[in-house]
Design a protein around this ligand. Structure first.
Ligand SMILES: [Ca+2]
Ligand SMILES: [Ca+2]
Length: 271
């Protein structure tokens, strides 16, 4: 993983939080009944003949236009959509058809040629990803010290231990060998970031399984930068049931199972 790209993606966390807060605020300020009526992606709220609110498929051409190239998304049909709204509206209008069933948001940005992931690259992927997750958490910790709200008190307590460790490997462009050595030497520092990321994603519902759509917030921005992303998560689902279980997730990242894998402990990572 290119460290510049890693840093760019790390910034997604605080910025997405800010955007979400903005949306909530806007909803509260408006009086249109449709604004507080939630429809799933691709649908829009509409008053029907009985004067009741309901959700109907959005017309793709009525989606707000993209502001810049960053709004474009690539669908699994290998077509570039102007915005994710346009993609999900298209999917909704194809509901019931095979084509609609297969259409998903593959990654952010316009479609491009993603080179195939080589075996050696796939082996290196979790090494860099683990280091990246650790750095994301440490960055959130630093943000949190200047403006609290990025981490809960429990999370802060756990990350503080990593942050204050004199042995920790600082963020940078490290060769794979060094990452490997550090993982062996400082194994304990990598457990929490891997568990934390799982709990962050496992929320719809929180059932110790990650579905395709739960993985999307992590996968979608990573795919255009990291060509092994899709294959990694595909392989991670070792029993091929289309869900990445907590056990599959930790084993993908080389985290051993143990007492820490018990449900009671797992709950701690969610708060
Ligand atoms: Ca889940
Ligand atoms: Ca599975």
């Amino acid at each position: 993983m290119n460290p510049v790209q890693i840093r760019a993606t790390m910034d997604l966390y605080p910025s997405s939080r800010a955007t979400l807060a903005g949306v909530t605020h806007d909803l509260e300020a408006s009086a249109d009944p449709c604004d507080s009526f939630r429809c799933k992606r691709g649908k829009t709220c509409k008053l029907n003949e009985d004067n009741k609110l309901g959700c109907v498929c959005q017309v793709p051409s009525e989606c707000p236009a993209s502001l810049n190239e960053l709004d474009h998304v690539c669908g699994t049909d290998n077509k570039t959509y102007d915005t994710s709204c346009e993609l999900f509206a298209t999917k909704c209008n194809l509901e019931g058809s095979k084509k609609g069933h297969r259409l998903h948001l593959d990654y952010t940005g316009p479609c491009k040629l993603i080179p195939p992931c080589q075996d050696t690259e796939l082996i290196q992927f979790p090494l860099r990803m683990r280091d990246w997750l650790k750095n994301v958490l440490l960055q959130l910790y630093e943000h949190d010290t200047t403006s609290p709200g990025f981490l809960t008190s429990k999370q802060r307590f756990r990350v503080k231990k990593i942050f204050e460790s004199e042995r920790r490997l600082h963020a940078g462009d490290h060769p794979v060998e060094l990452l490997e050595q550090d993982f062996e030497k400082n194994y304990n520092m990598y457990i929490y970031p891997v568990h934390w990321q799982f709990a962050q994603l496992d929320q719809h519902p929180s059932d110790r399984q990650l579905s395709h759509s739960e993985l999307a917030p992590l996968r979608v921005p990573l795919v255009p930068m990291e060509h092994c992303t899709s294959l990694f998560f595909q392989e991670c689902d070792s029993d091929k049931d289309k869900q990445v279980s907590f056990k599959e997730w930790t084993s993908c990242f080389g985290i051993k199972e143990g007492l820490i894998n018990k449900m009671t402990n797992y709950m701690k990572f969610q708060t």
